[in-house]
Write a new protein. Structure first.
Length: 57
């Protein structure tokens, strides 16, 4: 059996006291939050269908 590896990179930036999280390579897949964790949590929650399709490939 062949092992499968998939890496998904998240980019988090601070702008004007807010954080933006996006999936690397998908600049339109972006969410904001008051903390880095909140931005990442919103990103995964809002774009779960896209991420699940990508992870299951």
């Amino acid at each position: 059996m062949r092992a499968t590896e998939l890496r998904v990179a998240l980019v988090v930036r601070e702008r004007d006291g807010r954080f933006e999280a996006e999936v690397e390579g998908y600049p339109l897949v972006r969410e904001t939050g008051r903390t880095a964790w909140e931005a990442i949590n919103r990103l995964v929650g809002a774009h779960r269908a896209l991420l699940e399709r990508r992870w299951s490939a």
